[in-house]
Design a protein around this ligand. Sequence first.
Ligand code: NOJ
Length: 551
Amino acid sequence: MHLWWLDAVLYEVYIRSFADSGGDGIGDLAGIATRLPYLRDLGVDGIWITPFYRSPMADHGYDVADHRDVDPLFGDLATFDALLTDAHRHGLKVLVDLVPNHSSNAHPAFRAALAAGAGAPERDLYIFRDGRGENAAQPPNNWVSVFGGPAWTQVADGQWYLHLFAPQQPDWNWRHPQVRADHDTTVRFWLDHGVDGFRIDVTHGLVKNDLLPDNPPAPGETITFFRERAEPHAWDQDGVHEIYQRWRAIVEDYDRRDGKARALVGETWVADPRRLARYVRPDELHLTFAFSLLAAPWSATAWRSAITEDLAATAEVGAPATWVLSNHDVIRPASRYGDGDGDGDGDGDGDGAIGLRRARAALLTLLALPGPVFLYQGDELGLPEVDVPPEARQDPVWERSGRSRPGRDGARVPLPWSEHAQPFGFSAAGVTPWLPQPDAWADLTAQAQASDPMSTLVLTRGALALRRALACLGGGALRWRDDLAPGCLAFDRPGVPGAPDQAGLTCVMSTAERDTTCALPGRLILASGPVGYDGVTLALPPDTTAWLAPR
Ligand code: NOJ
């Protein structure tokens, strides 16, 4: 069986913002279909599509009311099936999102739980508890929601229900057999439709400490997604693992039937690489994002330790590390790495040119690492984070945090495809996209970049083509180089005996503040920016990555 996921490059399609075919300013399934040739030509192996299920959209689809149907905003089941067939025809795998931690408050099971009243068995499907204090007017414990505010909401009869995210996203009770059985049905439903796997939302959250004890008092507001240390009773409980064993068994059953491999990919924000690796033990998920690299600052030392630790921890359980620098929840790399104003908040209000240079260097290094890689839509265009004006913000984080955190809209602005003005080919001319696109994006459209040899799009296409062509890239070993240039991240990808590129490849990334030189006889294959090279000595400016074939 070909385990394609071991070294695949997958592209995250944030459906609302990818391509709008319906003319309502919101991306949809048919829109994705129109852009499949672009994705094929980009050179990715497949896509992960964010939730398109029936939802009131309180968290833009991560509040699911019916996990086995398509929301009319995005199309219908027939559109999905047609998209899947088309994607497969283009040689692209398709992963769909599974959102098992919570449902929408519009889910029939939650409505039934509310209607049934305190103490009714229907309430056991979720996490309802009586409050504390006088008249039980205080929440059952001190847990806070990831989006801000308490993690509990009180209902009319006085009970409280738990939601680790927005109040419109009540957490399922994963101790309940019916919850498990219902999700098995959902997994099978999409496998029957022919998907190649799932990206699974908040894999570290499904099971909570049964006693729901208070978490230690928070030192201040936790704004990171790595929360298991500050909130040890809510996250990364040992009980989650049997859920993934269950789904692995289901998936392997399908694999055995037709000899095709499918993949389960966890969104697991657990900081300790060894705890993280437990999610990809041989009978659990196939992959889980290595978010420690995403969270690492722009420093060769920080990158090296994140990569080393993730590789070591996953190797111990026989899984690859899964690399990612970007997604719809975090500040885009072209801004995150460019925080030149020095206030350390990573909001990218520093030097845009530095940020883009670093994002390009980071992308090239990412694609040279061993194992699967996930790119986020727009990374290939080097898009910056957008400072969405307060009146246009849609992410629930903005309101839930008392307007103290801008939220994630800045990473979710609809893609600029072509033309010189909004909607930049995202929607039909004249349509207003659901989040405003900056005028400056006229220079960043896919169309403009396609004909610019120095563009980030051309760089990404080149890197992906090489990753396909060179046997030493993709899966395999990584050997650190300490002999090249201090202050640089440098590693070899050893050649595969007998392959045309059997000399392998050396990747050098400079995070230094000054130009560096290193002795590296060979051939220059690709660089993220201008470098000097005479076949022996590489002159590497700051914030630049080069790929070389050694002689
Ligand atoms: C992680 C998703 O990526 C994010 O967008 C969502 O808000 C939360 N999980 C809750 O589902």
